[in-house]
Design a protein around this ligand. Structure first.
Ligand code: AMP
Ligand code: MG
Length: 523
């Protein structure tokens, strides 16, 4: 297998934990602990992303070599890798939770391009499920196959949908079992284990900053802020106060853009704790996430969140703002002034509003979103919710509406319930008539409108039941559906004739099935 070049700035420029033991503990005065992955008995490659392999400079023969599976299962290191687990804290479900840290994530290293290798950018390679670290608390540091398939497929699907996200290089089976009590109801089961290698320019989270503030460690907080800016936001130079203010504004802006994209494609993260918020504005930590089938702002896939539904689809823009507020509080000791932090938070609101309007205009095929369009959207959202209408099929179908004779007929397939469809038909028809009238006002050529709409409304998303089908087959040793789904999700806006089944709405069996509509944090 080809070698990569690593510079590992995080471990070279920031203080580490002097204690080399992997024992679980509170780690003070350090940004990370060095820790080796724990080897597994029978590593085997299950799936890989050709695009991410290419980003790193691996070709197919590298990926298929036994060394590759060994490295990305945690059994071997490539020259230059220096594994560590990061120390961070976080607000979980609205409450400060203290130290969390990489309990089952181990960064192998930060690889940088060399002259003439044809690649660009810094990429951090991180294993998820590679064994215990000082931050594993009461858990085992492992990950089950089902949740690893979900992370692998979804990060790649999100990327191809145009949503900022961490990536996934590969999914490796460990040949070992992991015991999980999926619904915390006293029925533990041994499940196959796996390791995902995820890839991003940085895995720094809001919680990496919060932990130092919570401990009054201003010196380390300042170092981490300045390191993050220097490594990940080198465009901001100048005086410390200026570049820090610009940096925080950029974090707010990127977060706003990411959330608008989630809302566009119907993605529900499920656990928007501050330890799961990337400082780069990337979607990170794919756990009990879900995709909207029938449009419902009140839906959360996460059973742990079923009570308060804090992380429901429609609440995501608000929660991101709340999380940025926690980050702002954590940064205050470094900034020493509230104004730049307020400015960033206000910018979040402004950018989200702009992006949301742009996104709605694109989904609906408008040239621009006017204030008078808000009522039209509000009526539509209420109607889609009440009538149980599939979000993806509905918006995709809307591009084919006959503006001269608008009717519900071409959209019938989007409805989940015959009764609810019948009840909603008059209202839906009148909404469609108002919509057609609105579209015609702009006189956008039909082709242009359709192209714009199809670029904003995916035909394929990683529907919860599709991922579950791939999991069910994989647990029987058949990995073909993982590769096929990955391939479908590489072109989510294309029609892909012959692959209609991957665009089908949720079948009845999946309505209340674990893994499809209800997910737990157990993974
Ligand atoms: P999550 O809800 O997946 O974001 O995880 C919250 C915290 O729990 C993080 O610090 C994780 O690293 C840790 N964690 C989750 N699952 C495990 C596990 N199986 N072993 C060790 N730590 C874990
Ligand atoms: Mg997490």
């Amino acid at each position: 297998m080809k070698n990569l070049v690593f510079d590992n700035r995080f471990v070279h420029e920031l203080p580490g934990d002097p204690n080399p033991s992997p024992d679980v503990r509170q780690v003070h005065g350090a940004c990370y602990s060095r820790v080796m992955p724990t080897p597994v008995s029978a590593p085997h490659l299950i799936a890989w992303s050709p695009e991410v392999a290419a980003l790193l400079g691996f070709d197919e023969s590298d990926v298929r070599s036994p060394e590759f599976a060994a490295v990305f299962a945690g059994n071997a290191l490539m020259p230059g890798m220096e594994p560590y687990a990061a120390c961070y804290g976080g607000h979980q479900f609205g409450n400060w939770a203290g130290q969390l840290g990489d309990g089952r994530a181990i960064t192998l290293g930060e690889t940088v391009p060399t002259q003439g290798d044809g690649r660009s950018g810094r990429w951090e390679l991180q294993l998820k499920g590679a064994g215990p670290t000082p931050y594993s608390r009461h858990a085992d540091g492992r990950a089950v196959l089902r949740s690893s398939i979900r992370e692998f497929l979804c990060s790649e699907a999100m990327h191809h949908l145009g949503v900022p996200t961490t990536r996934a290089l590969c999914l490796v089976g460990t040949g070992e079992k992991v015991v999980r009590d999926m619904f915390y109801d006293g029925r533990p089961k041994a499940e196959p284990g796996a390791v995902v290698c995820r890839v991003a320019p940085s895995f720094i989270r809001f919680g990496n900053f919060e932990i130092f503030t919570s401990r009054g460690d201003e010196a380390l907080l300042t170092r981490l802020v300045d390191f993050t800016i220097a490594r990940d936001f080198p465009e901001f130079g100048g005086e410390p106060a200026t570049r820090r203010a610009e940096w925080f504004r950029m974090v707010c802006e990127r977060t706003a853009r990411m959330i608008a994209q989630w809302m566009r494609v119907g993605f529900v993260h499920g656990v928007m704790n501050t330890d799961n918020m990337s400082i780069l504005g990337l979607t990170i930590d794919y756990g009990p996430y879900g995709w909207i089938d029938n449009f419902d702002p009140g839906w959360t896939p996460n059973t742990t969140d079923a009570g308060g539904k804090r992380y429901r689809f429609g609440n995501q823009p608000h929660i991101a703002h709340w999380n940025l507020l926690q980050l702002a509080n954590a940064l205050y000791p470094v900034f020493g002034a509230a104004e730049p932090l307020h400015e960033g938070l206000d910018l979040y609101a402004r950018v989200f509003d702009e992006e949301n309007r742009r996104m709605l205009a694109a989904k609906l095929g408008f040239e621009a979103f006017g204030d008078e369009d808000a009522a039209l959207v509000e009526t539509l959202h209420a109607l889609l919710t009440r009538a149980e209408v599939d979000m993806t099929i509905f918006f995709r179908g809307l591009a084919s509406l006959d503006l001269e004779a608008p009717s519900i007929d071409p959209l019938r397939d989007a409805f989940y319930s015959v009764e609810k469809a019948a009840a909603a038909e008059p209202e839906m028809n009148s909404w469609l008539a108002a919509y057609a009238k609105r579209v015609k006002q702009e006189r956008t050529p039909a082709d242009r409108r359709r192209v714009r709409m199809n670029a904003a409304n995916p035909r394929f998303v990683l529907r919860n039941y599709l991922a579950q089908e791939a999991i069910d087959a994989a647990e029987q040793g058949d990995y073909a559906l993982i590769s096929e789904l990955l391939d479908v999700m590489r072109h989510p806006y294309d029609e892909q004739p012959g692959r209609e089944r991957f665009a089908a709405k949720r079948p009845d069996w999946a309505r209340n099935r674990a893994g499809c509509s209800m997910l737990s944090c157990s993974s």
